[in-house]
Design a protein around this ligand. Structure first.
Ligand SMILES: NC(=O)c1ccc[n+]([C@@H]2O[C@H](COP(=O)([O-])OP(=O)(O)OC[C@H]3O[C@@H](n4cnc5c(N)ncnc54)[C@H](O)[C@@H]3O)[C@@H](O)[C@H]2O)c1
Length: 352
């Protein structure tokens, strides 16, 4: 699978008219993001549950909804009625495939919630569909749009070749619902964020992984809620992730706690505040070039990059070909844990 050189540019003077598909918990977050965005207009909301979609629009936007928002249960029906330019897919993972396929078939670019799809085969199908349609399909990895993460990435680039990057993720959320019943709740539902952020900071791609998943005896999850994975990344860097979703006390940030050891020094990040670095050459902080900032924070950052990409043709972070590698880290880790062996990323991608 090769990265396409281009996707269709949608030059427009007016705002990008967006249909939001999926009016659940994360759909509500996206409604606020869309409402606050400059160059975007909410044109329609689609959910299998039309009453929910209507209620969410009224509850979340109220008077602020402005021009009427078209609501329905089918994208194919709603998109032409509201003259949509693009789709944001915030449905459950199992629906990412059919909803994004439908949008691409309608000639609409898509910004989709993570994960790219529910499984690598479905993900590869979507990447090929985006190529055939010539439309942008970008996955929103909202945790990339964090100014402190960008600062850590900047340190990583300045510190020279990285030997090892470690992440510790320890939390004890009681979600209830589908996560409690999943076979791989931590790796499938959460670690995609942490793995993807590690790729971003290292500016490297995954090569292979050895992973163990397990479920502590006191866990309230049916599936494995804890894991340690050692990734080999391009350039030889090791990325070591240790996480648990049933770890009470001294919890880390949702972004995890980071340590980076490189030829030119080390950096630490608590996942919440500005990272700190110590340079082996004693270089003071102000001798470093200015740290670049994300276009905006969180989902607003992903949306800003999506709009910019559609206007200019610049390939955004999270473009589906690239995001497939983050998803492959997840499925390679699960395969390694199941087979108790080192798994090459190329092998899991070759099988789909
Ligand atoms: N980036 C983050 O931090 C973050 C946080 C939470 C959830 N998510 C992701 O957001 C997505 C949605 O999660 P959620 O927690 O909002 O789920 P949810 O179950 O609360 O909502 C999903 C909604 O999608 C609707 N839906 C399902 N299939 C559909 C279809 N074919 N057509 C139209 N609507 C359909 C459902 O009716 C439901 O209202 C998931 O992919 C999840 O992984 C991301």
């Amino acid at each position: 699978m090769t990265t396409p050189l281009s996707f269709r540019i949608h030059p427009q003077d007016g705002p990008l008219r967006v249909v939001l598909v999926g009016a659940g918990g994360m759909g509500r977050t996206w409604l606020h993001t869309l409402q606050a965005a400059d160059r975007v207009e909410l044109a329609g909301v689609v959910d299998l549950d039309a009453a929910l979609a209507r209620r969410v629009v009224t509850e979340e936007l109220g008077e602020a909804a402005g021009a009427p928002v078209v609501v329905g249960t089918s994208l194919r029906e709603v998109a032409p009625r509201c003259a949509a330019d693009a789709v944001i897919n915030v449905t459950v993972p199992a629906a990412h495939l059919p909803v994004t396929l439908e949008a691409l078939d309608l000639g609409l670019p898509v910004l989709g919630e993570k994960p790219l799809a529910d499984g690598l085969a479905a993900a590869a199908t979507l990447v090929r569909a985006a190529e055939q349609a010539g439309e942008l399909f970008m996955v929103s990895q909202n945790r990339r749009y964090d100014r402190h993460l960008w600062s850590l990435r900047h340190h990583a680039a300045q510190l020279g070749p990285v030997g090892v990057l470690t992440q510790e993720f320890f939390k004890a959320p009681r979600f209830g619902g589908f996560r409690d019943a999943m076979a791989h709740p931590l790796i499938l539902d959460m670690a995609i964020h942490n793995f993807d952020a590690a790729r971003f900071v290292l500016d490297a791609d995954p090569v292979a992984v050895y992973c163990e998943e397990y479920n502590p005896p006191w866990s309230w999850y049916a599936g494995d809620a804890a894991s340690t994975a050692v990734f080999e990344m391009t350039g030889g860097t090791r990325f070591v992730y240790t996480g648990s979703w049933c770890s009470e006390g001294l919890e880390t940030s949702w972004n995890s706690r980071w340590r980076l050891s490189a030829a030119g020094g080390s950096a630490l990040w608590d996942g919440e505040t500005a990272p700190v670095a110590q340079y082996a050459d004693g270089r003071p902080d102000d001798a470093r070039p200015t740290v670049p900032l994300p276009p905006a924070e969180n989902t607003a950052g992903a949306l800003a990059e999506f709009v910019e990409a559609l206007r200019t043709g610049r390939v955004p972070m999270g473009e589906c070909h690239d995001n497939l590698l983050s998803l492959a880290m997840v499925y390679a880790a699960i395969a390694s844990s199941r087979t108790r062996s080192r798994v090459e990323i190329a092998d899991v991608l070759g099988n789909c």
